[in-house]
Design a protein around this ligand. Structure first.
Ligand code: IMP
Length: 425
């Protein structure tokens, strides 16, 4: 593998955790490169369910060094809670390495996230309210607090003072809220600093050395291509770059160091939060996809909107990420339907679109042009070889790769670690 990126090709929740877990088995280093605790990875190990939001899922393997890269935003309270939860369940989290340059999510970020959503009313994005967007706003306005700042109490206090002056003014004058207390935040965050300091390092150098030493490095993207701040369905997106380019800027390595980009695609599609969704199903089929697929958020518990696989969006994801291959997940969920559909184009505002439209107005008006596929209507969760899948299921997989223009190299047929069929042909 040496350096492999695994990322979502849809609106997140494609089952990346399970694929990352599969590849982590042979990896030496697993890196999170963007986002924060807005993400949620569910991994089932020997029937035991692990839900991680910040720590890379590679932590479940004792030989892996999990890394949280510079492109992320870290809520230290959540990080510590996750580490404690892992140790409590017999998993050693002390191999974790954290970038000194990652940004810190502060209490005012969480507060602003919730308030801004409330003020947007009908136009709200449906964020996870974890403070992700406001933390990235401060990063780009160059007023953010980085992990390294927490270890110098004087600098931390100064930066906190400057930030709070501005945030409290906004909270009080614009949003009619009570101000936040500097001493409370300062004391709280110094305790966190003390807990995490020994894990903080120059992760760019660590990753570079690992690649130079011929180690296997995995870059784990959170969310998905259509939630990318640049390439997603803006403004209904997250505030970072889950696409492949984000793996380089978010971890401090160059593009030439990346060998493979694996795009994870669910056999259907889902979205949490608001925003355009051309293949969304508002009928009984959509309901059944939610229930059979267990489509409820790991982080917020929100019910996901569901629909048929969108081949137009998948082709787009293959392009903007330069995908080498696709990992198709949750094919077993489709076993419950007699007829399946895949969108191969959109009709919008009197025109047909075979490429993902750039204009929000066009995207909002899109009616999908579907092709129909015969279902297989048999349980495939016990299948362990690709060739043993029903022919109709194989045809579906082959059609996906044809539409994306990229080979499908693995197919998920159930939640267990073993339920992923590798495909080499
Ligand atoms: P934020 O990342 O909390 O700012 O939320 C922005 C948008 O991204 C909202 O529509 C969220 O529902 C969505 N989002 C954020 N993280 C995830 C994820 O891990 N899976 C799916 N959607 C997500």
């Amino acid at each position: 593998m040496p350096a492999t990126v695994i990322l979502g090709t849809q609106w997140g929740d494609e089952g990346k955790g399970k694929i990352t877990d599969l590849y982590s088995k042979t990896a030496d280093v697993v890196v999170r490169y963007q986002g924060g605790n807005n993400a949620g990875h569910t991994i089932v190990v020997d029937g035991e369910r692990f839900a991680l939001s910040l720590i890379p899922s590679g932590v479940l393997y004792p030989t892996v060094t999990p890394v949280i890269g510079n492109g992320t935003v870290i809520d230290p309270a959540v990080l510590i809670e996750e580490m404690d939860e892992l140790s409590g369940r017999g998993i050693d989290p002390t191999r974790l390495r954290i970038s000194a340059n990652a940004h810190v999510i502060m209490p005012y970020h969480r507060k602003m996230d919730a308030i801004l959503e409330r003020f947007l009313g009908q136009q709200q994005i449906g964020t996870t309210k974890r403070g992700i967007g406001p933390a990235y706003v401060d990063k780009y306005s160059r007023s953010g607090i980085r992990i390294q700042d927490l270890f110098d109490p004087k600098i931390f206090r100064e930066k906190l003072e400057v930030n709070l002056k501005d945030k409290n003014r906004q909270l009080q004058k614009v949003y009619n809220q009570l101000p936040l207390d500097i001493d409370e935040i300062y004391d709280e965050y110094l305790v966190y600093a003390d807990r995490i300091q020994r894990y903080v390092t120059d992760t760019s150098l660590l990753i570079w050395q690992a690649i130079r030493d011929g180690q296997d490095v995995l870059f784990e993207g959170a969310q998905g291509t259509l939630l990318d701040i640049d390439h997603g369905t803006y403004p209904f997106v997250t505030s970072s770059n889950p696409t492949a380019g984000g793996a380089t800027t978010g971890s401090g390595i160059g593009p030439r160091d990346i060998d493979t980009v694996i795009g994870v695609a669910k056999a259907y599609i889902s979205r949490v939060g608001t925003g355009p969704f051309p293949t969304e199903l508002h009928d009984e089929i959509g309901e059944r996809l939610v229930e059979i697929g267990g489509e409820y958020g790991v982080v917020t518990g929100r019910r996901r909107r569901c629909g048929w696989l969108d081949g137009v969006a998948l082709k787009y994801a293959a392009r903007v990420n330069g995908l080498s291959e696709i990992a198709l997940t949750k094919l077993d969920v489709l076993s419950h339907f007699d007829t399946l559909k895949i969108a191969i184009a959109y009709d919008s505002l009197g025109e047909r679109y075979e490429e993902f439209p750039r204009q929000q107005r066009v995207l909002y008006d899109c009616a999908p042009v579907y092709e129909e596929h015969e279902g297989w209507s048999t349980d495939i969760t016990a299948v362990r070889e690709y060739d043993d899948l029903p022919k109709a299921a194989q045809r579906y997989v082959e059609r996906v790769e044809e539409l994306a223009g990229v080979p499908v190299t693995s197919v998920g047929v159930g939640p267990d670690r073993e339920a992923t069929l590798m495909r080499t042909g």
